[in-house]
Design a protein around this ligand. Structure first.
Ligand code: FMN
Length: 171
């Protein structure tokens, strides 16, 4: 599919079918995330695939935004491995690196007919504790993945983009 068509068609799915995600499709979207660029190619991102009954039950207790999806991805980055900008104190690449990888996953999923939603509505510390995430890793987002329910539809805010004139400046 043409890229702009795909980007327009993707929306945040908040209701999922019971249908499981095929392993080949899951592998494919994880591979797409793995191909994402990262600062200095340090690849600090980590992806936890939550799909066991136990893991999904835990996530449902931690956020309402798993939306009953059969798979939820937890994206973290290893703070020891992120790039630190030597020219600007405190500027580090971990969140950016993870975000690019997650965006690759999101769009790859859409290209395969799978729905996703970017989710920040959770307590990072509680999620890290619940899944035994190592102390040097920081969680960034959760991403439910699955087939959209038959009656799934974009929320009203989908597609309401500011005009380019408001977000782009030519200098
Ligand atoms: C950083 C970020 C955090 C988000 N957190 C949540 C969330 O916690 N729960 C949720 O339902 N949607 C969340 N979203 C989805 C946005 O609400 C959604 O992408 C936006 O409204 C545009 O709608 P669309 O994705 O359908 O085009 C988040 C999106 C981003 C980029």
């Amino acid at each position: 599919m043409d890229f702009l068509k795909l980007a327009r068609a993707r929306y945040s799915v908040r209701k999922y079918a019971a249908r499981p995600v095929e392993k080949e499709k899951l592998d494919c979207i994880l591979e797409a995330g793995n191909l994402a660029p990262t600062a200095k190619n340090l690849q600090p991102q980590r992806v936890y695939v939550l799909q066991s009954e136990e893991a999904l039950k835990k996530i449902a207790e931690l956020t309402p935004c798993g939306f009953g999806a059969p798979v939820v991805l937890l994206f973290t980055y290893c703070a020891d491995e992120e790039w630190k900008n030597p020219l600007e104190e405190g500027i580090r690449s971990g969140v950016e690196d993870v975000s690019i990888a997650a965006t690759h996953v999101m769009l790859a999923a859409a290209s395969l007919g799978l729905g996703t939603c970017w989710v920040n509505f959770f307590s990072n510390s509680r999620v890290e504790e619940a899944f035994g995430i190592p102390g040097n890793e920081k969680s960034v987002l959760l991403m439910p993945v699955g087939y959209p329910a038959e009656d799934s539809a974009p929320a009203a805010m989908h597609g309401k983009c500011k005009p380019l004139a408001e977000t782009v400046r030519y200098l």
